[in-house]
Design a protein around this ligand. Structure first.
Ligand code: NDP
Length: 263
């Protein structure tokens, strides 16, 4: 019996048990099981991991930074962004990964090979996505409401500006990584600026899923192609699953997870 979980607070909304259990079933791993675990204090993640006898876990809001700090070793893009969404027990050590941004990249690559990317927002998700695109040799610009979070991007060789300083160029892809539109109907940048940006951008993507954001609605009203955050969710799950069950077939698991997600 191998047990896996998703740590979060709240966690009752998480689709992770659904998509991972469907994948275990598909692979005939009947003794593998994936549950939800609500953890209030992120400092306790390691203890809970051990007490439950877990083999692996995913980590969601607000514990990704805690997971980064408590992992015995952190690998890949998680090192750059300081946030871990996947914990795996390997040879008695807790190894931390982040599959969110690689998942975004995998998903968006199914739509095309985008070279010039504008990322709206400068939080953890923006950092991760910007890093993955840069590592793939793409040209990345970051646009944020306020200045403070842009320092990281400027120091790491990205073009980065606030709304006031920004002059729109041509982009292949515009990605909204802000939480604007999650709880309300606001746009991630003022409408006149967005209008300007979208004049020469054929594709818009959002990291939010489960509701159509004002940003994607606006892009659709201009007949642009769009992708919401559900594909990213599926692919971060596929890449995490591959850490849990290294022998799994990526495209097969993606199909299983997609089916389970929309069931
Ligand atoms: P952070 O808190 O780290 O960053 C939030 C960013 O959004 C900041 O740049 C902030 O700007 C900006 N922002 C917030 N509200 C507004 C607004 N009203 N107008 C303009 N800008 C705004 O968040 P994360 O990066 O951790 O998460 C961002 C989103 O990504 C969340 O909605 C989360 O649900 C989603 N997500 C989706 C995943 C998936 O699998 N689909 C995986 C991981 C995250 P400022 O600096 O000015 O405050």
């Amino acid at each position: 019996m191998k047990l896996f979980t998703i740590f979060g607070n709240p966690v009752s909304h998480s689709f992770s048990p659904k998509i991972h259990n469907a994948s275990f079933k598909k692979m005939g791993l009947h003794h593998h099981s994936y549950v939800r675990t609500k953890v209030e204090d992120g400092n306790n993640l390691k203890e809970v991991f051990k007490t439950l006898g877990l083999s692996g876990a995913n980590v969601t809001v607000p514990h990704k930074e805690f997971a980064y700090s408590l992992a015995d070793e952190v690998r890949g893009v998680a090192q750059v962004i300081g946030a871990v969404n996947t914990l795996v027990l390997e040879d008695g050590k807790l190894i931390g990964y982040n599959t969110d941004a690689p998942g975004f990249f995998k998903n968006i690559s199914t739509y095309g090979d985008f070279q010039k990317i504008l990322i709206i927002g400068a939080g953890g998700t923006a950092k991760a996505i910007a890093t993955v695109f840069k590592d793939e040799g793409k040209e990345v610009t970051v646009l944020n409401r306020s200045k403070k979070r842009l320092d990281y991007f400027k120091e790491n060789g990205f073009k980065a500006s606030t709304w006031d300083e920004f002059t729109a160029q041509e982009y292949d892809l515009v990605v909204n990584t802000t939480s604007a539109g999650l709880e309300d109907d606001s746009l991630p940048v003022p409408q006149d600026l967005l209008e300007n940006i979208l004049n020469s951008a054929p594709f818009c993507a959002d990291v939010i899923y489960g509701k159509e954001t004002s940003f994607l609605r606006y892009c659709k009203s201009r007949d642009l192609k769009t992708a919401d955050g559900s594909g990213m969710l599926i692919w971060q799950g596929v890449l995490a699953f591959k850490k849990f069950v290294p022998t799994s077939n990526e495209s097969e698991i993606a199909e299983v997870m997609k089916k389970a997600f929309y069931l």
